[in-house]
Design a protein around this ligand. Structure first.
Ligand code: SF4
Ligand code: SF4
Length: 306
């Protein structure tokens, strides 16, 4: 099988997404809509157009290039007429139009990753599958992960945790490490800030941690995006810490939120999200203390003792 989903990008020489030096493969599509998301271009599992008004030179090449009469002016096209052929992106001389998502086969992605294999091996690194949400592309990710493992590479996956476990069993079998995002423990807060009412996130965390504990699945490493006033409340941190201890996990990463992503929402034509400030050194220190009091050691990205 050589399934081909939409790949958002492949980033090389990453050091915050698992042990060693890694390449990260980002696929499109996510079941959550976190209000602080810095990558709204990964929400949809379909290819999308973005328009950066600040670099548009007004040449109207995009209007002339559109074979479907979907645009009368520069900018985002009429959604009901746009066929996502991306002829306008090709025609734009200024880079004002951006295509998010390319169909790429496993072979193509492997060709891109292969030159980095020696560095990955020497550094104890590997490849991390990310998104979006990799479990929304289980066949592609399982095939890619399986072939990387067959080449002796360490393979990790970043996940928001919201997936049907039986659909991702084959993928999980090909992984060494799952970087499991904790967000909001309370279902009502998860609904308010991430547009999800699923209890699967917690149950999947429990199942994966138990499997890891009995050597029947990949290691699990929890990570929590520290969003001031949202995820860093005492109640949220304490609730996650209690659950982690119950399932035998005592270490995690706190990922400080940076207030980016607002321009990407504008480029995609999405309404502005709520203003969120970046996490400060004091926010991080306070969250670490709160977790330590509950018996959980929190690292910052890059500090982890994998
Ligand atoms: S993606 Fe294709 S159909 Fe849509 S506006 Fe661009 S050229 Fe027209
Ligand atoms: S082709 Fe690009 S630079 Fe020219 S008007 Fe269209 S978006 Fe602007």
């Amino acid at each position: 099988m050589n399934s081909a989903p939409l790949v958002l990008s492949v980033q090389h020489f990453c050091i915050h997404d698992g042990p060693g030096v890694r390449s990260v493969v980002f696929v499109k599509g996510c079941p959550l809509r976190c209000s602080w998301c810095q990558n709204p271009e990964s929400y949809s599992a379909e290819a999308q157009l973005g328009f950066k008004a600040h670099v548009c030179i007004g040449c109207r090449s995009c209007v002339q290039a559109c074979p479907h009469e979907a645009r009368e002016a520069p900018g985002l096209p009429a959604q009901d007429r746009c066929r996502r052929c991306f002829a306008c992106v090709q025609a734009c001389p200024a880079g004002a139009l951006v295509r998010y998502g390319e169909v790429r086969t496993v072979d193509e992605v492997l060709r891109d990753l292969r030159p980095e294999f020696p560095l990955m091996r020497d550094s104890g690194g590997g490849v991390t599958l990310s998104g979006g949400e990799p479990t929304m592309q289980p066949d592609f990710c399982a095939e890619l992960a399986g072939r990387l493992r067959a080449d002796g590479l360490h393979v990790a996956m970043e996940t928001c945790g919201q997936f049907a476990l039986d659909r991702v069993d084959a993928l999980l079998c090909c992984l060494d490490l799952v970087l499991f995002d904790l967000k909001l423990h309370h279902v009502e807060a998860l609904r308010e800030h991430c547009a999800s009412t699923s209890s699967r996130i917690r149950s999947n965390l429990v199942t994966l941690a138990r499997r890891a504990g009995s050597q029947r699945g990949p290691c699990v490493w929890p990570r929590l995006p520290l969003v001031p006033g949202i995820t860093d409340t005492r109640e949220n941190l304490r609730a996650w810490a209690h659950l982690l201890r119950e399932i035998g996990l005592s270490r995690m990463t706190l990922v400080p939120h940076h207030a980016l992503g607002a321009s990407k929402r504008i480029w995609l034509g999405l309404p502005p999200g709520p203003a969120r400030r970046s996490a400060t050194f004091a926010d991080m220190a306070s969250a670490r203390d709160a977790l330590a009091q509950e018996g959980v050691i929190a690292f910052e990205p890059g500090e982890e003792d994998w």
